[in-house]
Design a protein around this ligand. Structure first.
Ligand code: NAD
Length: 368
C-alpha cells in the first residue's frame, strides 16, 4: 500500500514531520512541527501506547491556532511517544532522555507536558537539551495548575462575555463541571468577583445549592475527601446531572464531548465558557448558538496555561504570567465576541478567523 506522505499538508503546515526510532532504548516517537511563522513552536509531549501520526498532526495544528489566538510569539507543534506512561520510573526517564536527545537539532520545537508526561519529564528534557516548558519551580518553572493559570483565564473570559451582554458577574449563577485544576480555580475566581456557585461536579457526582455554595469550603472538602459529594448542606445527584442545573453560566472543566446533540436540550445556561478542550461537539455548539446560547470557545477561554508556559520560557515571573493571562485572555475574548457579533458569526468561527489571520500575517513576514 502506498500513501501520500504529504496528505496532511495544507497552506499552514506541517513544516516538518519526524519519526524517531531508537532500537537500543525502544523509543518510538513522532514529532509534528506544524507552523513556526509566529516563533518557535510550543506543544506538549504525549505518552500513550496508542498514539498515531494523524492525532499528533491534529494536535499540532490546534497548538498553532491556540498560540496564535493567544497572541504568543510561538508556533504550534506536538509530539507523541508510543509507550505506556505507567512504566517503571527509571525506564520512563531513559525513554524521555533518549527522546530529548533526538530533539536536540529540532530547535524550532519546545516541548511541554501533556497526557502521560509531567514537570519531572520536562526537567529531564531541559537537562538534556536546555529547551522545554512546564518545569518544576526549583529550576525556574511556574506551576500553572497550582497557581490556577487556566482557571483564572476562564474567569476573565466569563467576565468579558457577561459584560458584553449587559449582565454583571456579581450575582450571576455559575455551575462548574469538573473540580480539578481548571474548575476549582475558575469557580474560586468567579466567586471572588461576586458570582454565586450554584453547582459543581466531579467524577463522583454533582452537588447543588441554588442559594450558593461556599467555594472555599467546597475546595476544602475536595482536598480532604477527594470527592465533592462528601460536602455538607448540598443536594447530591449523579455525575451528569450538572448538565441540567438551573444557572446562567455553565463552565465545562472536565472531559471532551460532554455536551452533544443528545443532551444539549437539558442545558439551561445562557453562557458556556469552555475550560476543557472540545467539551461541546461541533454540531451541538452550532445548534446551541442558533438557540442563543453564547459559547466562549476552548482555545480562547482556556489559553491561560499556554500563556503561562510562554512567560516561563522567556524567563518571566509568576506575577508576569498572571498579568499576561489577564491582559491577553480579556482582550482576545472581547475581540472574538465583538467580531462574532459584527459579522453575525458564531464565536468559534470568529476565533478561527482571528487565529488564522495572525498566522497568515506572520507568514508574510518570513522570507518565504
Ligand atoms: P484535573 O485532572 O485537574 O481535573 C479534572 C476534574 O474533572 C476532576 O475533578 C475529575 O474528578 C473531574 N471529572 C473527570 N471526569 C468527569 C466527568 N465525566 N464529569 C464530571 N467531572 C469529571 O484536570 P484539569 O487540569 O483541571 O483539566 C480539565 C480539562 O481542561 C481537561 O479537559 C484539560 O485537557 C483541559 N485543559 C486544562 C488546562 C490546564 O492548564 N490544566 C489547560 C487547557 C485545557
Amino acid at each position: 500500500m502506498t500513501t501520500n506522505p504529504f496528505s496532511l499538508c495544507d497552506e499552514f503546515g506541517p513544516i516538518k514531520t519526524v519519526h524517531i526510532h531508537d532500537p537500543s532504548t525502544g523509543l518510538k516517537a513522532i514529532v509534528v512541527i506544524d507552523n513556526v511563522a509566529c516563533g518557535p513552536a510550543i506543544g506538549g509531549t504525549r505518552m500513550a501506547p496508542d498514539t498515531t501520526l494523524a492525532e499528533c498532526a491534529r494536535l499540532a495544528r490546534a497548538m498553532t491556532l491556540k498560540n496564535a489566538a493567544a497572541g504568543l510569539p510561538h508556533g504550534g507543534a506536538k509530539s507523541v511517544i508510543q509507550a505506556d506512561p505507567s512504566m517503571p520510573i527509571a525506564d520512563k526517564e531513559q525513554l524521555i532522555r533518549a527522546f530529548a536527545i533526538a530533539l536536540r537539532d529540532l530547535t524550532e520545537y519546545i516541548p511541554g507536558p501533556d497526557m502521560g508526561t509531567n514537570e519531572t519529564c520536562m526537567a529531564w528534557v531541559q537537562d538534556e537539551i536546555g529547551r522545554s516548558v512546564g518545569l518544576p519551580r526549583v529550576i525556574g518553572g511556574i506551576p500553572l495548575d497550582d497557581i490556577g493559570a487556566t482557571g483564572i483565564g476562564v474567569a476573565m473570559a466569563t467576565e468579558v462575555a457577561l459584560e458584553l451582554n449587559g449582565m454583571p458577574v456579581k450575582g450571576s449563577r455559575i455551575a462548574v463541571q469538573g473540580f480539578g485544576a481548571v474548575g476549582r480555580h475558575a469557580a474560586l475566581q468567579l466567586c471572588r468577583r461576586g458570582a454565586r456557585l450554584v453547582a459543581a461536579s466531579d467524577s463522583t457526582g454533582t452537588v447543588v445549592n441554588p442559594d450558593g455554595i461556599d467555594v472555599n469550603a467546597l475546595i476544602a472538602t475536595k482536598n480532604q475527601h477527594g470527592e465533592l459529594i462528601a460536602h455538607p448542606g448540598v443536594q447530591v445527584s449523579g455525575r451528569d446531572d450538572i448538565v441540567g442545573v438551573d444557572c446562567d453560566v455553565w463552565v465545562p472543566a472536565a472531559r471532551p464531548d460532554v455536551i452533544t446533540e443528545a443532551n444539549m436540550d437539558q442545558l439551561k445556561a445562557r453562557f458556556i465558557v469552555q475550560g476543557a478542550n472540545i467539551p461541546v461537539t461541533e454540531a451541538a455548539e452550532r445548534k446551541l448558538h442558533e438557540r442563543g446560547v453564547l459559547s466562549v470557545p476552548d482555545f480562547i477561554a482556556n489559553a491561560g496555561g499556554v500563556i503561562c508556559a510562554a512567560v516561563e520560557y522567556h524567563g518571566g515571573s509568576q506575577a508576569a504570567a498572571l498579568a499576561a493571562i489577564e491582559e491577553k485572555v480579556t482582550a482576545n475574548t472581547r475581540e472574538v465576541l465583538e467580531q462574532a457579533r459584527a459579522k453575525q458569526q458564531d464565536p468559534r468561527s470568529a476565533a478561527m478567523a482571528m487565529a488564522t489571520k495572525r498566522v497568515r500575517q506572520a507568514m508574510k513576514l518570513r522570507r518565504w
